[in-house]
Design a protein around this ligand. Structure first.
Ligand SMILES: [Zn+2]
Length: 140
């Protein structure tokens, strides 16, 4: 009556999906902490500060502080176009000590004051010349 149920040997190899191995994949847009990217000067694509060469165009990447942080560049800019407006560059420069910044800042300030004094004198001389010229013209 009670027939022995033939257990199929096929079920010996149980196939259970290992959940621990898979783990939980982050579905959200969790960004990995990327290193700070700088634009390549040649092609404009992002390169990291540790890169020696651009990964996209292969050009050598010049690392280090920008040119306008250098003292000589700041002095040239002061003397040519910026005048007293170069003072922010002095404070932002990463290549100077606090003492050098003070010395250069004072030098730029003195230069600017001198420039204003000279400019004021030139303007006055020009005005005097014009006044003299107009007086001569009126005497005719
Ligand atoms: Zn590039």
């Amino acid at each position: 009556m009670t027939a022995p149920t033939p257990s199929p040997s096929a079920s010996s190899g149980s196939f259970s999906t290992p959940e621990s191995a898979q783990g939980r994949t982050p579905g959200g847009p969790t960004k990995a902490p990327e290193p700070k990217l700088l634009p390549c000067k040649s092609c404009g694509s992002g390169v990291t500060a540790v890169d020696k060469f651009c990964r996209h165009c292969g050009r050598k990447i010049e690392s280090g502080p920008p040119w306008y942080h250098q003292r000589i560049a700041i002095i040239i800019l002061t003397l040519t176009i910026l005048g007293p407006f170069s003072l922010p560059l002095v404070w932002k420069s990463s290549l100077m000590t606090q003492r050098q910044k003070w010395i250069l800042g004072i030098a730029i300030s003195l230069f600017s004051v001198g420039l204003i004094v000279v400019f004021g004198r030139v303007v006055r001389i020009v005005f005097e010349q014009f006044a003299e010229l107009s007086r001569e013209l009126n005497s005719f």
